[in-house]
Design a protein around this ligand. Structure first.
Ligand code: NAX
Length: 327
């Protein structure tokens, strides 16, 4: 269709926003579809967001119909079909998990409410801002009239990091790696699972033939990659996070490739024993604009043990936000 899709990006003046907005404007996310961008920032960062809006204009992107900057969530989400919630309160020294969740509840509950009241009927939400899974649960709880499945959190960067490590180990391109996924929380308890995956059509555990590496170094490298990027770059992952957000939304709207699957964090309906309502990374395909959990995969004993630990991590976050009254 040629009518523009309205997209709202929060934290638009931040590092991820600076990369993400240009990828969206260029057509990487929705293909040959015109877009209207709405940038939401806190008042102190509105000026910087306006600078980014100037640069977006200067890109002369044929698909970019408009860019507007807001410091008010009701206005920013008005009529929006895709809400990318990137801005959040990062963990500061001395902050414990409860402090962090409380600060983010104060952001994601009002934004969820604004989405429920003002966004388009087809709105799809991707939460990137950490703690992403629980922030998505908070936003969802604040928008009871939006179908719960429309609230997702980003595990695609973890997924892409896992693909990159496997491809490098096998000495092949990333496109050769299929049917892997990452269970659970976007935290160091996440569980990359390659047990159903292939590289160039060959089962990964045969192709790599190094179970100790897969179950040890590989898993740890993927789960701690964010910290390794910070140590190297002096700043957290930004372009790779933006790229993963583009991948997530593109697959959600346009569908996943036949025969493959990917990872998204969705509100659980109880699949694989994950308690209902936790927003957890699961293997998914997308058809007709909806995510579907890949059912019936056999989990190894090790994966089951690790899945229980990442679920416990998500439950601890949920218990904190329940105590705080956000869900
Ligand atoms: P930055 O600190 O560069 O930018 C965040 C922006 O959000 C700032 O401009 C800030 O003014 C804005 N902001 C804060 N509160 C807001 C609110 N209530 N409404 C609108 N805007 C608000 O962080 P950046 O590097 O862009 O990262 C953004 C978030 O992504 C962080 O929470 C980060 O932890 C998270 N990440 C999540 C990843 C994932 O895989 N899920 C990976 C990358 C990244 O670490």
């Amino acid at each position: 269709s040629t009518s523009p899709v309205r997209i709202t990006v929060t934290g638009a003046a931040g590092n991820i926003g600076y990369s993400l907005l240009f990828r969206i404007a260029s057509g990487s996310m929705l293909g040959d579809t015109p877009v209207e961008l709405r940038l939401l920032e806190i008042p102190q960062a509105v000026k910087a967001a306006e600078g980014t809006a100037m640069e977006l204009a200067d890109g002369a992107f044929p698909l970019l119909r408009s860019v507007d900057v807001f410091d008010d969530a009701d206005a920013a989400f008005d009529g929006t079909s895709i809400a990318l919630l990137v801005g959040s309160m990062p963990r500061r020294d001395g902050m414990d998990r409860a402090d962090l969740l409380e600060a983010n509840g104060g952001i994601f509950a009002p934004q969820g409410r604004a989405i429920g009241e003002h966004a388009a009927d087809d709105v799809r939400v991707l939460v990137v801002g950490n703690p992403a899974n629980t922030n998505a649960a908070i936003a969802r709880a604040a928008a009871p009239d939006v179908p719960g499945e429309r609230f997702t959190a980003m595990m695609r960067l973890d997924h892409n990091r896992a693909i990159a490590q496997l491809a490098a180990k096998a000495g092949v391109g990333a496109g050769e790696v299929s049917r892997i996924h990452v269970w659970g929380n976007h935290s160091n308890t996440q569980v990359p699972d390659v047990d159903h995956g292939t590289i160039g059509g060959v089962p990964i555990r045969e192709r790599i033939a190094d179970d100790a590496w897969i179950d040890g170094e590989f898993t740890t490298t993927v789960a701690t990659r964010g910290a390794a990027v910070i140590a190297a770059r002096g700043a957290s992952s930004a372009a790779s996070a933006a790229s993963a957000a583009v991948d997530h939304v593109r697959d959600w709207v346009l569908g996943t490739p036949e025969g493959d699957w990917t990872t998204a964090a969705l509100p659980s309906e109880g699949h694989y024993g994950i308690p209902e309502g936790l927003v957890a990374g699961v293997p998914v395909i997308s058809r007709g604009g909806r995510w579907e959990v890949v059912q019936g995969l056999e989990l190894s004993e090790l994966t089951r043990t690790r899945l229980a630990a990442t679920v416990a991590d998500l439950e601890a976050e949920r218990d904190s936000v329940v105590r705080l009254g956000f869900v």
